[in-house]
Ligand binder design. Structure first.
Ligand code: PLP
Length: 355
């Protein structure tokens, strides 16, 4: 790959001092990474440029047919001032899996990681400090061919942008309430549910809005065929502690293969917990809640790491979990993973890399 050209900003922005009260994704760092693709030339012209708006032809295909994919990961500042990334190679591996499904040409994963490291290094003073604070990194690729006919685009842009964030959920590790979606579905096998693509989110926004209006933070999706097996929360995978077993829905082709999910499974198994990836229905969950064996529910995802869930509404039934208090395993998972990510705890798995 050619060298990454760097054009520095002439107008550095004021860095956010206190991110704790800041809304997610409002302010972006001084620079961004870009690289273009065209049939014939392949991926070319990698560059870091000042952050700013794009100029796009209105007939750019992504605006009409949504051929795009994205990733999300975080850089943390350690207490001794180093910058750490958590399993970034997994993000680029998954990005290429997403590309494959969305008919987007693959990227060179090692090169993409090199570009990410360069960009984070350049804007490293933007990594905020403080409990839960991080720099959220968003790599994405979208179709840029000017064509309103439906086909596979012959041109793409790959970008990475970065935004300082505080705690994802401002209430911290307080259990949240979610609602089980019984009218709409998110994905089916053979579709794009296991791909990080914007279309999955577009199709979920209506449910999300209804849930928010009713006082719930997120929607729990059921499978699209039987409408009974638990899938995920849409931006998070989900875990249940039932008796002495930790259970999470098995990757069935319509659930996203979360890196936090995978890390929690590896971590808990390493510590001797029984973790089962299996099909679990909403009726089974309700039954476990009724008979008292459902001890904890939590979501996993890069944004919040662990989101404890204290209540689930399912039609006219309400399941209260662990008296709506933070559970032991949820808290342990958060402390351990967050500790590794921020360099406060030893990293026996070799998950973090230093920028
Ligand atoms: C990104 C995402 C997740 C969480 O994945 P992580 O790699 O753990 O951040 C879960 N579900 C969906 C639909 C996602 O897009």
């Amino acid at each position: 790959m050619p060298e990454i050209k760097i054009e520095l900003t002439k107008n550095p922005k004021e860095k956010v001092k206190d991110v704790s009260q800041m809304a997610f994704g409002k302010v972006y760092t001084d620079h961004m990474f870009m690289m273009d693709y065209s049939d014939g030339q392949g991926w070319h012209d990698p560059r870091i440029v000042p952050y700013g708006p794009l100029s796009l032809d209105p007939a750019s295909m992504v605006l009409h047919y949504a051929q795009e994919i994205f990733e999300g990961l975080k850089a943390y500042k350690t207490s001794d001032g180093r910058a750490l990334l958590f399993r970034p190679e997994e993000n680029f591996r998954r990005m290429n899996k997403s590309c494959e499904r969305m008919a987007i040409p693959p990227i060179d994963e090692a090169f993409a990681l090199e570009a990410l490291l360069k960009l984070v290094d350049l804007d490293r003073d933007w990594i905020p400090e403080g409990e839960g604070a991080s720099l959220y990194l968003r790599p994405f690729i979208f179709a840029t061919q000017v064509n309103i006919g439906v086909k596979i685009s012959n041109a793409y842009t790959f970008m990475i942008i970065m935004t300082p964030v505080g705690l994802y959920f401002t209430e911290g590790l307080q259990p949240t309430k979610i609602t089980v979606e019984t009218e709409y579905v998110r994905a089916v096998q053979g579709g794009t549910g296991d791909v990080k693509t914007g279309g999955n989110y577009a199709a979920s926004l209506k449910s999300q809005g209804v849930a928010n209006d009713a006082g719930y933070s997120q929607v729990l999706w059921l499978d699209g065929v039987h409408r009974k097996y638990i899938e995920e929360v849409g931006a998070m995978n989900i875990f249940f502690v039932i008796g002495d077993e930790v259970v999470t829905p098995i990757l069935n082709g319509s659930i996203l293969d979360g890196i936090t999910r995978k890390s929690i499974i590896e971590l808990l198994r390493h510590e001797g917990y029984t973790v089962s990836e299996k099909r679990i229905s909403i009726d089974e969950l309700y039954e476990a809640n009724q008979n008292g064996s459902l001890r904890e529910v939590f979501g996993t995802g890069t944004a919040a790491v662990i989101t404890p869930i204290g209540a689930l509404k399912w039609d006219n039934k309400e399941m209260i979990v662990n008296d709506n208090r933070l559970g032991e395993i949820s808290e342990h998972c958060y402390n351990t993973l967050y500790g590794i990510q921020t360099g406060e705890l030893e990293d026996p798995f070799g998950w973090t890399i230093e920028v």
